[in-house]
Every structure is written in structure tokens, then in C-alpha cells.
Design a protein around this ligand. Structure first.
Ligand code: JSK
Length: 447
């Protein structure tokens, strides 16, 4: 048998996010977020699902930490609900909200599991959206106020922080494609949001250095991989344009202090322009300690005249697809990581999300999700190839510990290694849980 063995210092983990698992949407002072508004607006989320109860992790976090302990993971990546701890978006903290996270963090520490906090995992307080949301610069100051408050509350025991999760999703998917909250279809709005998310990141990094001097901070862009359909330049160029939308647009500002001109020119053709002010790029490009990378899928793609902003179309041929319809494309994971190292050098990388949607249900107490095990084997092998190639991978954090609210897909799409019954909230470890547990505890697995 072929064994894939990882470096002894690789950190293993699992990830979730507040709006997707907590529930208790109106409990103990939590105020609405843009996802409460968006999910309660008919037509936005499959089956009319919302995060009102989700996995009820607000009340079941001790059980969930026990599962993390059973897995033997080193780290747990979770997000703080901004409207739970700061209902007005700024000003005073909600003590009940802060208490929940203090209890969760303590439970993790009691089990020798390191917390990694994501500050923004898309649940902007609605009250800030009502004042313009991420389209307006003032929200970057509100985010800094929130981040500073969290650094002061938890920086004594939490030493790894992520500012913004998947800024592409929080800007273009949400404000240009209209698929996520707040559901706008406005290119200028999306460009402004993308810049303000990065500016908010920079402002919080600057503050972090003062408040948690022994801590590490980064952010977590998402990217997929597009392989040109042919060696025709038009296909190569089409893939480059779409890849730059996720990679260069969100990484050049942080690591090079500038936005890619190629995309600025494309946006300008559609009357979309950056509004950068003096000092912004210096803040955005303040040094960070690591970068998160969220990878799920990729594809072959080719030029298609007039098709969207970048004139590209994915050609999914007969790839195996997960139950959310995304191709299983593990080679893209390897190629993406090599590409990022070639472009940005030896930035320490945590894989902050990787996982698959398979919608198996419980049968006689068992969830036989062999496809998810196969996905994990393929992608962890791709990760190992990148590590052996010299890419400085510091950790692998699986998405997700639990089945949860998958945004516009609602509860119809299951990414967890633990099955959740959304009526009873009963958790059931899937076969992939046991496979991942063995891989984590051994630090190797057999193909
Ligand atoms: N490239 N152009 N696409 C144009 C057409 O897109 C149509 C749909 O697009 C997308 C793209 C990406 C996603 C997505 C979802 N997750 C999973 C979550 N990650 C954070 C965590 O909360 C997980 O739940 N990551 N990414 C969804 C929809």
C-alpha cells in the first residue's frame, strides 16, 4: 500500500462559521446580520432555509468540542458573530455574546485544542448594512472597532486570527453576482466592497500588532483552479482573467501593495472603478503572518466570447462531481498552491477550508460517505505534493466539522464529517469522521 506521511509539525483542524452552525439567532442579545435579512427574504435561499436554529451549536458547543477532541485535531477554526457580540455594529459589547465565545474558547483550551478565530465570516450587522454596509468606507472603521474589541477580549488566550473569510465571496458573489447577502448585482458596488474588505483587513492588522504582539494574523481568500482547455492563447488568457479575479485581485494588494492592472482595465470596460485613497494600499499591504487558502474545486475552461466579465466558460467534461455540482479536481489544488508560491514567495499557508459536499443520510446509525473519504485522500495527496515541492503549508483545516447552513443552498448541501439531524440536532459521526480521525492521529494515511 502507498502511504502519504505529513511533516510532524503540520497542524490538523476542522472549521465552522457562526451563522452556519450557531442558531440562537435572537438569543441573549444577538442582533440581525445581513444573512438573517437575506435568508428571511423569500427566494434567496433554497427551501426558504435560514440560520435561526442551524445546528444549535450555541447550546451544544460542549458536545461539538468533544467531537473535536475525539478527532484529535490541533486547531479549531470558528468565527465570531459580529452582531452577537456587538449588536449595533459599534459601541458597546453584548456581555452575553462575549460570554458565549469565552466559554467556547475555554472549552477548547481545556481540551488542548488551539482556537483560530475568524472575525468576518459574512455576517455583517444589519444595522451597518442600513448605513451603507461594505460599500462605504465607514464600515472599515466599524470593523476595526469590532476587531480591537475582540483582540482585547480574547487576545490573551487566542493567538491565531483571521480577518476576512473569502473576500471574493463577500464582495463579488454577494454584490455583483447577487447569489450571497446582500444580493446586489452592481459591479461598482462589488469593487468598492472588495477594496473596503481589504482596507478593513489592513486596519485590523495594524491594531493587532499593538494589542496582541505575540499573536499571528492573516486572512483567508478562496480560489479555484482553471486549466486552459487548449494551448490556444485565447483559452489561456480566459483562464488567467478569471483566476486573477480570485487570486491577484485579493492577493496582489496584500503582498504587492497594488491591484492587478489587467482586472482594473476589464472592470473599466464595464464602468467599474477602484476608489483608493491616500494611505489605503500601505495599510492593506502591512505584513501578515500567514495566508489562509480555501480550495474546493477547479475545472478545465475555455474562451467564450461575451460570456460574463471574463469571457470564460468551464468545461466540466465528465469529471466526477460532488453533490453541490462542483468537479472533483485535486490536481487544481496542487497547481494552485505551486502558483501562489511562485507569485508571492514563501508566505506561510494554512489550508483554512477544503472539503466536499455529499448528502448521505444516516442508515442504521451509519453514514457511509466513501466519496468524501476519496475526496479527502485525493486532496490531501495534492497537498502533500505541494509540501514536498517546498510550499510552506502550516496546517490543514477541513471544511466542515458539522453539516451546516450552506448559504444560498441552505441545508440541502452537507459538507460535514458529522451528520446533523436538523429537526432533533442529533449528531452522527460519518465514516469520513473516522477516516479523518485516523489520518490526524497517525499524521499519515494509506491510498
Ligand atoms: N468563478 N465564477 N463563478 C461564477 C458563478 O458562480 C456561481 C456560484 O459561485 C459560488 C462560488 C463559490 C461558492 C463557495 C461556497 N463555499 C463554501 C463556503 N466557504 C466558506 C464556508 O462558509 C463554506 O460554506 N466556498 N465557495 C459558492 C458559490
Amino acid at each position: 500500500m502507498t502511504t502519504i506521511e505529513f511533516p510532524k509539525d503540520l497542524k490538523w483542524g476542522a472549521a465552522t462559521a457562526a451563522y452556519q452552525i450557531e442558531g440562537a439567532a435572537k438569543k441573549d442579545g444577538r442582533a440581525p446580520s445581513i444573512w438573517d435579512t437575506f435568508s428571511h427574504t423569500p427566494g434567496n435561499v433554497k427551501n426558504g432555509d435560514n440560520g435561526d436554529e442551524a445546528c444549535d451549536s450555541y447550546h451544544r458547543y460542549k458536545e461539538d468540542v468533544q467531537y473535536l477532541n475525539d478527532l484529535g485535531v490541533d486547531v479549531y477554526r470558528f468565527s465570531i458573530s459580529w452582531p452577537r457580540v456587538m449588536p449595533k455594529g459599534t459601541d458597546e459589547l453584548n456581555p452575553e455574546g462575549v460570554k458565549y465565545y469565552r466559554n467556547l474558547i475555554q472549552e477548547l483550551l481545556d481540551h488542548d485544542i488551539e482556537p483560530i478565530i475568524t472575525l468576518y465570516h459574512w455576517d455583517l450587522p444589519q444595522t451597518l448594512q442600513d448605513q451603507g454596509g461594505w460599500e462605504v468606507r465607514s464600515t472599515t472603521d466599524a470593523f476595526k472597532e469590532y476587531a480591537v474589541a475582540m483582540f482585547k477580549e480574547f487576545g490573551d488566550v487566542v493567538k491565531k486570527w483571521i480577518t476576512i473569510n473569502e473576500p471574493w465571496c463577500a464582495s463579488f458573489l454577494s454584490n455583483y453576482l447577487g447569489i450571497h447577502a446582500p444580493g446586489k448585482q452592481d459591479l461598482q458596488a462589488a469593487i468598492d466592497v472588495s477594496h473596503h474588505l481589504l482596507l478593513a483587513h489592513g486596519k485590523s492588522v495594524q491594531a493587532f500588532r499593538e494589542i496582541v504582539p505575540d499573536g499571528e494574523i492573516g486572512y483567508a481568500p478562496n480560489a479555484d483552479w482553471l486549466e486552459p482547455y487548449s494551448q490556444q492563447q485565447e483559452d489561456i488568457d480566459a483562464c488567467e482573467r478569471d483566476m486573477q479575479w480570485k487570486i491577484e485581485w485579493f492577493m496582489d494588494p496584500v503582498f504587492k501593495g497594488e491591484y492587478p492592472q489587467l482586472l482594473q482595465d476589464i472592470f473599466a470596460k464595464h464602468n467599474g472603478y477602484l476608489n483608493v485613497e491616500e494611505g489605503d494600499m500601505e495599510l492593506i499591504s502591512l505584513p501578515i503572518d500567514f495566508m489562509g487558502i480555501n480550495y474546493y474545486s477547479g475545472s478545465v475552461a475555455r474562451y467564450k466570447e461575451g460570456n460574463g466579465l471574463f469571457e470564460v466558460e468551464p468545461i466540466w467534461v465528465d469529471y466526477q462531481k460532488t453533490d453541490i455540482g462542483w468537479p472533483v479536481y485535486a490536481d487544481g489544488f496542487y497547481k494552485l498552491l505551486i502558483h501562489i508560491q511562485q507569485k508571492y514567495g514563501d508566505v506561510p499557508i494554512y489550508i483554512t477550508e477544503n472539503g466536499a459536499c455529499y448528502n448521505h443520510e444516516v442508515e442504521d446509525g451509519v453514514v457511509n460517505d466513501q466519496e468524501r473519504i476519496d475526496y479527502l485522500k485525493q486532496h490531501l495527496t495534492a497537498l502533500h505534493r505541494a509540501i514536498k515541492s517546498g510550499v510552506p503549508i502550516k496546517g490543514y483545516i477541513l471544511w466542515s466539522l458539522l453539516d451546516n447552513f450552506e448559504w444560498a443552498e441552505g441545508y440541502s448541501k452537507r459538507f460535514g464529517i458529522i451528520h446533523v439531524n436538523y429537526r432533533t440536532f442529533e449528531r452522527t459521526k460519518k465514516e469520513s469522521f473516522y477516516w479523518y480521525q485516523k489520518a490526524v492521529q497517525n499524521n499519515w494515511f494509506e491510498l
